[in-house]
Design a protein around this ligand. Structure first.
Ligand code: AMP
Ligand code: GLY
Length: 451
């Protein structure tokens, strides 16, 4: 069977990632309409996109009912919380094609301990780690790792939107992080998720997302997120403050080797356990001096990586998502003209800058008016909305932590950065936060090398 576009697709979610998915799928040949549940005012403003505002993205029955009512051919699930709530399971049981893993397979993201267990069994390289239910055993392991001279990372096991991780410079700091996690846990009862202690790895991070059908994987171009709030990777961890693609230190064509090292063995192990993974398997990698190491898996498209990656694709995405949902990536690959197992990119680069509300990542302030959106779009940037609403007067206001991603495109990284920066400069809201160094580091490195 060849690659066929889904005519009606339902996207679950309402953030910048879902906006980028809706923008991409609605612009592709063969697609009639894209629905987004619950979506947002801004997502619904895209041509051929409609929002299903009242539908709860965490309610499996409500999503199944909406998919049936709207006679969609494919459902694409954006957020991890919908996966963990079993939305993909409910759709599959109802016989509806869905791109997104079962809750059991999505544990690759929702439990860091499970991810370590599967990676160990699959022979996939991760940081040395221990998983603990007991505070004193955790502290003893941390002391042992610290004695080796390296740093430590303390992680809560469950979903924490990128915020349950403390990267520690000293054993004291690690002990405090451990105490804090166990204090939370003992306050809440006895059967709590464990705490994961890892050796701290050094290097640059990269995100490699592959579309998977349970067995086969097709890679999207690699991207790099910037997880800390402030320039120079300072400040607290966030969901992600900006991304760029391609990566000078991980060229697009290396994706094939990484699929062999990470995605394919993980898929085989999950299938062996009876929980095949159908959806976007996101490998968060640390590119160490010793080669790439898996830091974490996500069970979905990255945010804001998706906003940077999708505008780079030279091919339609919808047919691949549909083929993955039907377990037919192998046939799709055989019938396509792409070389290897990765979607070919357009020439050029993208830079996505996230604009976050005052107070993020703590308590984001809602209701601030946002200006300059049209000016930014008129400059040729893509403006994806993550947390905005339009009030009765038509004013767009902040309504979430991450508010917007502004994506600049250019012939190379420097041009894309300039386009993104110039457009982001036009957008104003009280207390709006953003980084000014997204995609800057490789440019500094190459400027230094040229001297
Ligand atoms: P995670 O949610 O596990 O990806 O962790 C969030 C962020 O913490 C990662 O993107 C890294 O920046 C950092 N991090 C996590 N694990 C490690 C590690 N073992 N070594 C160094 N940094 C880490
Ligand atoms: N950008 C990181 C994530 O999506 O988790």
């Amino acid at each position: 069977m060849s690659l066929i576009a889904p005519t009606r697709t339902l996207i679950v979610g309402s953030g910048g990632r879902e906006h980028a998915l809706a923008w991409k799928l609605a612009s592709e040949p063969g697609g009639n309409e894209v629905l987004v549940a619950p979506g947002s005012d801004a997502i619904a403003a895209e041509p051929r996109v409609r929002r299903l505002a009242g539908v709860d993205p965490l309610d499996p029955d409500a999503i199944v009912a909406a998919a049936r009512r709207e006679a969609v051919e494919l459902v694409v699930i954006g957020p991890e919380a919908s996966l963990a709530a079993g939305v993909a399971d409910a759709l599959r049981s109802a016989g509806i094609a869905v791109f997104g893993p079962s809750a059991a397979a999505a544990r690759m993201e929702s439990s860091k301990a499970f991810c370590h267990e599967v990676a160990d069994a699959a022979g996939v390289r991760m940081a040395q780690a221990g998983v603990f239910h007991d505070r004193s055993a955790a502290r003893a392991f941390a002391a042992e790792l610290a004695a080796g001279g390296g740093g430590l990372v303390v992680k809560a096991d469950g979903l924490a939107a990128g915020k349950g991780v403390t990267v520690c410079d000293s054993l004291d700091e690690a002990d405090r992080a451990i105490d804090e996690l166990f204090a939370h846990e003992s306050a809440a009862g006895s059967d709590h998720p464990p705490v994961v202690i890892e050796e701290r790895l050094d290097g640059r991070e990269a995100s490699l997302i592959a579309m998977c059908d349970g067995h086969e994987a097709v890679a999207l171009p690699p991207a790099r997120d910037h997880k800390r709030l402030l320039d120079g990777d300072a400040g607290p961890n966030t969901g992600g403050m900006g991304a760029y693609s391609p990566l000078p230190d991980l060229p697009d064509d290396e994706a094939e080797l990484l699929l062999d090292a990470f995605h394919r063995p993980l898929l085989a192990e999950l299938a062996r356990r009876g929980t095949p993974f159908r959806g976007a398997l996101y490998a968060g990698l640390m590119l160490t001096a010793d080669g790439p190491v898996l830091l974490e898996c996500n069970a979905r498209f990255g945010d804001p990586e998706t906003q940077a990656i999708l505008p780079r694709l030279a091919l339609a995405l919808g047919p691949w998502l549909l083929a993955a949902a039907h377990g037919r990536l192998g046939t799709a690959l055989a019938s396509s003209y792409i070389a290897g197992s990765r979607l070919p990119p357009l020439p050029g680069a993208t830079v996505a800058i996230v604009l976050a509300a005052a107070g993020y990542p703590g308590r984001p302030r809602a209701g601030d008016p946002i200006g300059g959106l049209e000016e930014a779009a008129a400059m040729g940037a893509l403006v994806f909305h993550a947390g905005t609403t339009r009030d009765a007067n038509g004013t767009v206001r902040t309504a979430g932590g991450r508010v917007l991603s502004v994506v600049g495109r250019g012939a190379d990284l420097a041009a894309a950065r300039e386009a993104a920066t110039a457009a982001a400069d036009r957008i104003e809201a009280p207390g709006l936060q953003r980084r000014h160094d997204i995609g800057l580091e490789p440019l500094r490195v190459s400027a230094g090398a040229g001297r």
